[in-house]
Design a protein around this ligand. Structure first.
Ligand SMILES: NC(=O)C[C@H](N)C(=O)O
Length: 334
């Protein structure tokens, strides 16, 4: 654990849980912005932004130090347990999670569905490694702490803060593989913006429609759910392979608004008749709604949830022991 050198009783207490990602990465020169390596610890992250200690009493904890492609359910559940404990501590004002941006939206969405607190939880990261000219990590971290320490941030669900923008974890998606300005929610928009590092919210706190709440306390694993990617001539054997390897549910990143080939759908219906595992159709398209009438009774659709968020939702719904009808109900409301 890492803390500010001195404690100021008048400042809010903020905990930073560090998990890795580009914000915690190092390259061999200051112009290198690809092929860098994760491995910078929480201590160095805080050392890079000593100003954080002027706005809050920070304590930093290293939860993992991996690229976010390697975040798994063990880390997610550990992170949830630590967050739950921090949020239950009356002296903690808010919590920041530092994370790789590649799967940041999955972790943020997961946390939004399982945490039960009005205190601010802010997930942040960076698109440039810590060694880069104009590295974005330090200011993103400063703004995230400022947000977690802010009185105006209560009751807004888990937030995603990068590149001056504040988004909802429920709706934010990484839109660009390289650009600093990558997190947006095309349909639902942003919650706010930082002006001179002060969070300015556009609206009063509100909750996404039909957001379910799940309890994962004491949980050590989550159900295995795969995503199959739609394309012309998609290989329906992959459905079989997925079920064989233990999948308890499948998300289809469908073409258009959740489409699939006619042969693939017939195969999927046959597999469903045997396995009964829920199959949810989302879309490979970057934005939009997957839903509407289907001639196939087994098909569920993800609404506005993209495949990676639909996967998290299905894992949590299965974990809660919901029946397929209940799961359909959850997805129909999204
Ligand atoms: N910008 C990033 O953080 C990307 C990094 N590969 C990750 O851990 O997700």
């Amino acid at each position: 654990e890492q803390s500010c050198k001195s404690f100021h009783a008048g400042l809010p207490n903020v905990t930073i849980l560090a998990t890795g990602g580009t914000i915690a990465s190092r390259a061999s020169s200051n112009t290198q912005t690809t092929n860098y390596k994760v491995g910078v610890g929480i201590e160095a992250l805080l050392d890079a932004v000593p100003e954080i200690c002027n706005i809050s009493n920070v304590s930093g904890v290293q939860v993992s130090n991996v690229d976010s492609g390697s975040i798994n359910s063990t880390i997610l559940l550990d992170l949830t347990a630590r967050l739950t404990a921090e949020l239950a501590n009356p002296s903690v004002h808010g919590v920041v999670v530092t994370h790789g941006t590649d799967t940041l939206e999955e972790t943020a969405f997961f946390l939004d569905l399982v945490l039960n607190s009005t205190k601010p939880v802010v997930v942040t990261g960076a698109m440039r490694p810590s060694t880069a000219l104009s590295a974005d990590g330090p200011l993103n971290l400063y703004q995230a702490v400022k947000l977690a320490a802010s009185k105006t941030a209560f009751g807004r669900g888990v937030m995603v803060a990068l590149n001056d923008r504040i988004g909802s974890a429920y709706t934010s998606t990484k839109n660009h593989a390289n650009s600093l300005d990558t997190f947006h929610a095309t349909e639902q928009g942003q919650l706010g913006f930082f002006i001179d590092q002060v969070p300015k919210f556009y609206y009063s706190p509100s909750k996404p429609q039909n957001k379910p709440q799940f309890d994962v306390s004491g949980q050590k694993t989550l159900p295995h759910v795969d995503i199959l990617y739609g394309h012309q001539e998609s290989n329906s054997h992959l459905i079989q392979a997925s079920i064989k390897s233990g999948a308890k549910g499948i998300i289809f990143a469908g073409v258009g608004a959740g489409g699939w080939s006619i042969d693939g759908l017939k195969d999927a219906q046959r597999m469903y008749n045997v396995s009964g595992i829920p199959t949810v159709f989302s879309r490979r398209t970057n934005g939009g709604f997957a839903g509407g009438d289907s001639i196939y009774s087994f098909q569920m659709t993800s609404g506005f949830l993209n495949p990676q968020k639909a996967r998290i939702m299905l894992q949590l719904a299965l974990n809660a022991g919901h029946s397929n009808d209940e799961i359909r109900h959850i997805f129909n409301a999204q």
